[in-house]
Structures are given as structure tokens and as C-alpha cells.
Design a protein around this ligand. Structure first.
Ligand code: ASP
Ligand code: MG
Length: 321
């Protein structure tokens, strides 16, 4: 059987028709070598941000289900466009949504986990010689309602598909060509890191490196799928994330912006209603915790990410209602 290649392209790699041409060229070069090609795409440019903003303008109380129905549209546009272009260039291609590609998730909208992938449709299309283009970031739950995997989740789609198809690796193309010894946008004289272990990459992602969605690295490790991050726009060697048997070199240094939120008041440690209210708020807002401390006069919460003022506004309203 011909080798299956899984290639994922990020939002900035498909942001307009010109970029789509470059992506198409990369794909057809590999297809012309006789490989079976599965492509996973993100939404174009800032489409997902825009959809979230537009939804928020319509309602302050958006249903999780409808938000995913909306957010999944970005990837449906990019995949259909690429398929249209490849067909125009004379290549057989087909775009598949998460559902059509057999991607089943739990019903945790906006942060759903992939439970299984039924690869039969993808394999059927590959067998008929097609380039298969799958929407990243989405799946369906057991009710066939659309779910999304969390921001940046197309990487996770790609590695999960690579695992399900037993591909020998997964390529992640984007506008950054790999992992550096520090963020090259801020720090001078950084060097590209040629290889990292899954563990090292997970540490970097959870500290805020924007190269890969953290869950895709977990899946890569679990199913032993080497992940190669490369630039869409040049031929330079990227960074390989894989198993490393034995090695000890320093890889990278990273600064993370976190949010520390403190609520102050005497005797707060005994205010169980307030504590419960805060914990429920964190849960329903799907905020990721780094640390939670309570003292006699203060509750301090450290979140993994920077928390928008809007969220603080909501919490303030709950506490001081
Ligand atoms: N389009 C989604 C996002 O912007 C998923 C992705 O790009 O990986 O978060
Ligand atoms: Mg991304």
C-alpha cells in the first residue's frame, strides 16, 4: 500500500487565495510522488475570532451547541476552497467535515475530546485516488451534534487522524517553522531546535508556546506518531517531536503571561457559599487553573491563561450581586 501522509496547514497558511495556491503546490508535489495524502486545515486567518466576536454581538448568553455549529463553519470554508482549487488544477480532491470523516467526540462543546475515528470514508476516498481534505477542530457527539476541540484544535485533529490511519508521522505546516530556543519575535539570536521529546513539547505548550495544540502532542506520544512542524513558505528543516531514548540538552526558555485573580475580605476562608460560587464559575467558564489558595482574608486564583476583563466583570457581578 502507498504510504499515507497527513499534512496539516494552519490558519495563516490558508488565509487567502494566493496562500491557498502555495498550499496546493505543497500538496500536489507530495501526491505526484505517489503518496496517499490526507490534508487537515484550520479556518482561514482570523475567521474563528471573527465568528466568536459576531456571536457575542448577537447575544450575551450563547448556547454551547450553537456556538460550535457556528465555529465549525470556518474550517468547512477553507477545506471546500482548497478542494475547489485542487480540482481546478486537475487533481482529484474531496473535502470532508468532521462528521463525514468519522470523527466522534464527547459532548464537551468548545473543548471536546476525540473518542474514536471511523476511518472508513477517508480510506475509501484515498483508495479511489483522492486527496482527502478534512476540517480540523471539529467532530460530532453521539447525537451527531457538532462539537469543536478547543482553540488551536486542528493540530489535534491532524495527529488523531494520523494515529487512526497508522501514518508514519504527521506534518504540521504553519507560518512558524518550528520550536526555537526562545520566542524569536521577542528575543534576539535564537536558534531553531531540531528535535524535542513529546514531554519537552508538552511542557513548552503548557507554558504558552503557540507552536502546537497541547493535546496533539499527548496523542502523538500515546500512539507514537512523530510530529514535524515546518513552515508552509520555505523549505527549511523544521522541528521533530518524537520519542527520545536518552538525551539531556537544554531546549528552550519561555515566559508565560498568567492571570492572578484575588478576592479579599475578612473571614473569607469560612465563606463556603462564596467558595462554591467561585469554583462553579471556574467550571462553567472552562477556565484552566494553575493554582488556588485560600487564606483567612484572601482567595487567590492563578489561571493558566490571561483572563479577559469580561470574565472578571462576570465574576464581580456574581460576587457583589
Ligand atoms: N480555527 C480554530 C481556531 O482558530 C482551530 C485551529 O485553528 O486550529 O482556534
Ligand atoms: Mg494553531
Amino acid at each position: 500500500m502507498n504510504e499515507i501522509m497527513v499534512l496539516k496547514f494552519g490558519g495563516s497558511s490558508v488565509s487567502d487565495n494566493e496562500k491557498l495556491q502555495l498550499v496546493a503546490k505543497r500538496i500536489t508535489k507530495i501526491y505526484d510522488k505517489g503518496k496517499k495524502v490526507v490534508v487537515v486545515l484550520s479556518a482561514q486567518g482570523k475567521t474563528t475570532d471573527r465568528l466568536i466576536k459576531e456571536a457575542n454581538e448577537l447575544s450575551g448568553n450563547i448556547s454551547d451547541r450553537e456556538l460550535d455549529a457556528l465555529l465549525s463553519c470556518g474550517e468547512q470554508m477553507s477545506t471546500a476552497k482548497l478542494s475547489i482549487l485542487l480540482n481546478y488544477l486537475g487533481y482529484p480532491a474531496i473535502s470532508l467535515t468532521g462528521w463525514q470523516a468519522g470523527i466522534f467526540t464527547n459532548n464537551n462543546n468548545q473543548n471536546a475530546n476525540i473518542i474514536r475515528i471511523d476511518t472508513s470514508r477517508i480510506l475509501k476516498e484515498l483508495d479511489s485516488g483522492k486527496i482527502v481534505i478534512v476540517t480540523g477542530f471539529q467532530g460530532v457527539d453521539e447525537n451527531l451534534d457538532i462539537t469543536t476541540l478547543g482553540r488551536g484544535g486542528s493540530d489535534t485533529t491532524a495527529v488523531a487522524i494520523a494515529a487512526a490511519l497508522h501514518a508514519s508521522n504527521c506534518y504540521i505546516f504553519s507560518d512558524v517553522d518550528g520550536v526555537y530556543t526562545a520566542d524569536p519575535k521577542i528575543i534576539k539570536d535564537t536558534k531553531k531546535v531540531s528535535n524535542l521529546s513529546y514531554k519537552e513539547m508538552q511542557e513548552l505548550s503548557s507554558e504558552g508556546a503557540k507552536v502546537l495544540h497541547n493535546r496533539c502532542v499527548e496523542i502523538g506520544e500515546k500512539f507514537k506518531i512523530p510530529i514535524i512542524t515546518k513552515s508552509t513558505f520555505n523549505e527549511e528543516k523544521g522541528t521533530l517531536i518524537s520519542d527520545v531514548i536518552e538525551e539531556n540538552t537544554v531546549k528552550s526558555i519561555i515566559k508565560k503571561e498568567v492571570s492572578r485573580v484575588s478576592i479579599i475580605g475578612n473571614g473569607i476562608i469560612r465563606n463556603f457559599d462564596l467558595i462554591k460560587l467561585i469554583i462553579d464559575f471556574i467550571k462553567t467558564s472552562k477556565l484552566e487553573l494553575l493554582n488556588f489558595e485560600i487564606s483567612d482574608t484572601k482567595i487567590s486564583i492563578v489561571f493558566k491563561n490571561v483572563i479577559e476583563d469580561k470574565k472578571i466583570q462576570e465574576l464581580h457581578k456574581l460576587i457583589f450581586k
